[in-house]
Design a protein around this ligand. Structure first.
Ligand code: F55
Length: 837
């Protein structure tokens, strides 16, 4: 490639190649240059927001150079790439991460100080990129960080939503949703107006015969929407590798609006066409673990999948290899079933457009895809109605029927005459209307299916997908336990702890090999170290206390035990049990004599999380938390002994502040319902302990850190089904301590009891599906153990240090290496440092 450029031109290019800044002076020069030219401001009107913009642009310039080099090198090496398809990437802020990953935060801190700014304030100016709901979207973001940090050739593909997850405001104790318009100034994305794909919808299928007598299907008519690529650089930590996240934005295929219609006076319909096109990438659906089957959501899925596959196939074609080599060059991972149409779309490209035979095409397809399942909750398993797919994607429906036909034929050959089995595993559910079971389609079209924690992977093998294990054999189903990136969730979120750990483990190696943390155990008896550890936790709590004060007006005592539950609000995650527990604590304190009360341990009960806008029960839970807070926080008899606060608008950047300030965090889902959980890992890594059920990754955390260091309670997954049955058939009474809590709510202590009647009747009248009553006694007892343990601060700090030392397993680097070896079959590709470094 290089040899084809004439020497004099090459020389001129190389001579003028920009190299980004090299030192503090160079950084300051770049910041000032961006303030004065790019932003058209000056020393006299450079506020923190302008300082952020200029600083981001200076780092962006640096990233671009390494990004370009990475992409050139990966193309030249022609090695296998992995494509991570996810409808959600919950990235959070980029600047701090970019500064740390390229290793120049200290330099930037000093440079900004010279210019009159505090780096913390500058970082805070950035708006979170919040293109996700919760764990699934954040996992995708951690994976991108690990893929780049481990030098894997990898691309993410997603949608460029104009509105990410809504901003949550709490008004009079209720959640109010406000649109999250985040694109006003986004220096981290690069529009690629030359990279577009036209995507077809609706229309009909025409059958014809080609010269050789073969039937050919063509998808004709309908409407077209244009996908435009926006690229986001993903820097690896301590490596020049900078991967690409490509997000698609929708617009009218005819350009701004249809000029023919416009000129002929049909203004309204030309504008309507444009708006309909732009609607596709307008907004992220705010449901987590719930499928609602809306047409626009299906359009989003196909739009994104078709554009991504076109792009991947286009890149493959440039290598001029034969189709059968496709799976040697391309691995595609499906983040849940949301991108499952990719399987159908690739089969369509290979057969209808490229003329391959069905079997050859299908062989390529199944060797390309891997599918990750994130839930066993029935309401979260995607199904699309056959009439809807027929209408929107008529050719895809035919292909799905063919995939199903051939699949059921292999089942019939393996298990002759088993009609029940055929019905149970059919991709088409014979309901009214018929539904397409997307998880089944994803399994049939992939070579590997994985769950996200051991218990979860066992559960999918033995329950929802058990028939497929019989059909395909056990090797197709595997486990890859989730992980988190220690760069963001330790180094960035908790810089002081990161430095302390570095000082005890011989540098920052733990950030690229988290198992190095085990060296901390050698220092467990070092007094000064333990003191420093405790001081850092206290400082993090002081910072959170200040945030609580400014955002809620509530004063909390940083010496109190901080008890945190921050995650999406969902009945299965059981925030209702937590707040019932807090009410119980309040009643217990109220019943005590002042003397007895004095002996109690002060606690701050901290909640945060968004409810899906249409999830009425989740909103009721938020309202109850705020109503309890309003009473408890103003009760002079209680004082510091109990505070209950709900933190508004929980997001990634708030998580970075809240998690390091936790003493105990709650991961209390009904056993068998939380696939993994990842915040559990973040809390322990930041020196907090957890109270939790035997669910998801809590079990593996226990295995690693030992039972001594975690507060487990509640029934086990294998007991859940029987307990639920016992509720329905009558013998069930509410736990007496929980009954007292319900009585108090019904007395009106926390406001109008009607407001909370739904939450109570879910337990008392509607079968207590999530086993709140069954686990309540065990929960209270274990909370008592937490109080007791916290009183012994020396022991407590030991538990925290020991736990952190044993968390090495939960790095997303370990997790990505497992995917790379077991599922993708890809190797790292090192990028040389540019001449300047
Ligand atoms: C979003 C949209 C739909 Cl239609 C379905 C699910 C979701 C979603 O947000 N799911 C989600 O966040 N799942 C979580 O994935 C995490 C990463 O694997 C797990 O840790 C967590 O247990 C699981 O609930």
């Amino acid at each position: 490639v290089e040899a084809s450029i004439p020497e004099p031109q090459r020389e001129a290019w190389l001579r003028h190649q920009c190299s980004g800044f090299k030192d503090k002076d160079g950084f300051e020069r770049e910041v000032v240059r961006h303030v004065e030219t790019t932003l058209a401001r000056s020393l006299y009107n450079c506020d923190e927001s302008a300082a952020y913009s200029a600083c981001a642009l200076a780092f962006r310039d640096r990233l671009i150079l390494e990004w370009n080099r990475t992409q050139q090198r990966q193309t030249f090496a022609d090695s296998k790439r992995v494509y991570y398809l996810s409808l959600e990437f919950l990235m959070g802020r980029a600047l701090d991460n970019a500064m740390l990953n390229v290793g120049q935060k200290d330099l930037a801190k000093a440079g900004l100080a010279d210019l009159g700014f505090r780096i913390e304030d500058v970082i805070q100016q950035e708006h979170d990129a919040a293109l996700g709901n919760g764990g699934l979207g954040r996992l995708a973001a951690c994976f991108l960080d690990s893929l780049a940090s481990l030098n894997y050739p990898a691309w993410g593909y997603g949608l460029r939503y104009r509105y990410g997850i809504f901003k949550q405001e709490i008004i009079d104790g209720y959640q109010v949703e406000v649109p999250d318009y985040w694109l006003d100034f986004n220096p981290w994305e690069f529009p690629r107006h030359d990279v577009t794909v036209d995507i077809q919808f609706y229309g009909n299928v025409v059958k014809s015969t080609d010269g050789s007598g073969k039937t050919v299907c063509t998808w004709e008519g309908g409407e077209t929407v244009r996908a435009v690529a926006y690229d986001v650089p993903i820097p690896g930590y301590d490596t020049p590798t900078t991967n690409n996240l490509r997000l698609w934005s929708s617009k009218a295929a005819s350009g701004e609006f249809d000029f023919q219609k416009f000129n002929s006076g049909d203004y309204e319909s030309s504008v309507a066409d444009q708006q309909r096109a732009e609607t596709i990438s307008a907004v992220l659906y705010p449901n987590d673990n719930l499928d609602r089957g809306k047409e626009l959501r299906l359009k989003q899925q196909y739009f994104w999948v078709a554009a991504s596959l076109y792009d991947i196939v286009r890149r493959f074609k440039k290598t001029r290899r034969s189709w059968k080599e496709f799976p040697d060059q391309v691995a595609i991972q499906l983040n849940d079933t949301h991108p499952t149409l990719a399987i159908v779309e690739l089969q369509r490209i290979l057969t209808d457009l490229e003329g391959l035979e069905w079997d050859e095409a299908w062989n390529i397809v199944t060797h390309t895809f891997g599918y990750t399942n994130h839930t066993v909750l029935p309401e979260a398993l995607e199904k699309w109605s056959v009439p809807l797919i027929q209408h929107l994607l008529p050719r895809h429906l035919q292909i799905i029927y063919d995939i199903n036909l051939f699949f059921l034929q292999t089942v019939e050959r393996k298990f002759p005459g088993d009609r029940d089995l055929l019905r149970d595993v059919s991709i088409i559910e014979e309901s009214q209307p018929k539904m397409i079971r997307m998880a089944y389609l994803a399994i049939v079209g992939s070579h590997k299916v994985n769950g996200v924690a051991e218990l979860h992977s066992d559960l999918i093998r033995t329950t929802i997908f058990k028939d497929f294990v019989r059909i395909f054999g056990p090797d197709k189903f595997t486990n890859v336990t989730n992980g988190i990136t220690p760069r963001r969730w330790l180094h960035q979120a908790n810089p002081r702890l990161s430095e302390l750990i570095a000082s005890k483990t011989g540098g920052h190696e733990f950030l690229t090999d988290l198992t190095v943390l085990n060296k901390l155990e050698l220092h467990i008896n070092d007094k000064a170290f333990r003191k420093e550890w405790a001081d850092i936790k206290l400082a993090n709590k002081v910072r959170l206390a200040a945030h609580i004060k400014t955002t809620t007006g509530v004063t909390v005592n940083p010496a109190a035990l901080f008890d945190v539950q921050v995650k999406r609000i969902h009945e299965y995650k059981r925030q209702q049990m937590n707040i019932f527990g807090a009410i119980h604590r309040y009643l217990t304190l109220k019943a005590m004599s002042p003397k007895e009360r004095k002996k109690q341990l002060p606690r701050v009960s901290i909640f945060g999380g968004k409810a899906a806008p249409g999830y009425w029960m989740a909103k009721q839970i938020i309202h109850l938390i705020n109503s309890v807070g309003a009473v408890v926080n103003n009760d002079p008899e209680i004082g510091d002994l109990l505070k209950v606060v709900f933190l508004e608008d929980y997001n990634v950047s708030k998580a970075e502040m809240i998690i390091p300030a936790s003493d105990i965090s709650e991961h209390i889902s009904t056993a068998g319902t939380e696939a993994s959980g990842t915040s559990n890992m973040k809390f322990v890594l930041n020196g907090g302990l957890i109270i939790g059920t035997c669910d998801g990754a809590n079990i593996e955390i226990t295995r690693e850190i030992s039972e001594q260091n975690i507060f487990l309670f509640g029934h086990l997954a294998e007991e859940v089904e029987e307990l639920r049955h016992s509720h329905v058939y009558g013998t069930h009474t509410v736990d007496p301590e929980l009954a007292k809590v319900f009585d108090e709510i019904e007395k009106g202590t926390f406001g109008s009891p009607q407001d909370f009647a739904g939450m109570i009747s879910a337990v008392r009248e509607h079968g207590d599906y999530y086993l709140v009553s069954d686990d309540f006694a065990s929960y209270l007892e274990t909370q008592g153990l937490v109080d007791e343990a916290y009183r012994n601060q020396e022991e407590w700090v030991s538990k925290c240090i020991t736990s952190v030392a044993r968390m090495g397993f939960f790095s997303s680097d370990r997790c990505i290496n497992e995917y790379a070896e077991e599922i993708w079959n890809i190797e790292p590709l090192r990028i040389d440092r540019g001449s300047e470094a």
